[in-house]
Design a protein around this ligand. Sequence first.
Ligand code: KG4
Ligand code: ZN
Length: 342
Amino acid sequence: MKNKTIYILAIESSCDDTSAAVLSNKKKLSNVVATQKIHEEYGGVVPELASRAHQQNIVPVVHQALSKANIDKKQLSAIAFTRGPGLMGSLLVGTSFAKSLAMGLSIPLIEVNHMQAHILAHFIEENEMNPPPFPFLALTISGGHTQIVLVEDFFKMEILGETLDDAVGEAFDKSAKILGLPYPGGPLVDKYAQLGNPKAFPFTKPRVDGLNFSFSGLKTGILYFIQRETKKNPDFIKENLNDICASIQYTIIEILMDKLKKAIKQTGVKHIAIGGGVSANSGIRKALLETENMYRWKTYIPKFEYCTDNAAMIGIVGYLKYISSDFSEQDVTAKARYTIGA
Ligand code: KG4
Ligand code: ZN
């Protein structure tokens, strides 16, 4: 098996992106993502609509991934799929598809934990990517997740802290919604924040023990602040948008950086790997680079394509499991709640 090229077809359908990828060992040959636009008008992901869209997208997306990779399904070594965590209806589409295809082709089936995949995305082999050495701390920040994980080996991970309520991406998106910005508002908050004063409006940071996070109080604080100010001046948002966005972003970054510093102090681990859609945020990138110089940490940020939900990250986990013959049975079921290490 040592010299044989392994071809993995990977499928991701945990939330609102239908994605399929083909990997040749650790290298990506294709990574197709169909983002569901339908949720924009609702200001957030509607689970029922997401599963219906996955059903429509899955066949063409898989087909496209295979043809872009120039691989015939008969060449595939295994099918990897996201077992969880995620929305049950969405997961069922990918899980059922993967099971049927693996059975039809008589090749192994490999279940993947989506959160492990966000972390192991750093190990996809690509020129400009540099994988972190073990042990490292992973900060996974997206619309669905906020976690600090101690990673001692590919499959030896321990969650040190996570959000008790909203994910950090939700904090961005919900704040944006309060300001009347369209969904998903995170990138817009980032854009306006770059033109504003981060200290213009102080927002209260939550007090949460240990390395856990909470963002729901911040959202309520922002809502009350905006209601109060717009009562006095109906044009308050319009006149202060840049400063409001900068202040919100500043507070969110402070919350993340405080916990990250605490995790580094607690573990002594100074290699930090970031993942998830929020790692695109310019303020977070800047804060990480500044502290990198100040504290001698080293940060690792994968290509943006591998930060947001995508199947290539499922494929790399599939490959790592394949080489240790860690396969799933045909009776494997989707798991909406599925913690790392469970
Ligand atoms: O990983 P992702 O594509 O999907 C999941 O949620 O799993 O992350 C999407 C989240 C959204 O909440 C979006 O607003 C946020 O990432 N996001 C950003 C930025 N780009 C994307 N948040 C802040 N600043 C950004 N530049
Ligand atoms: Zn995700």
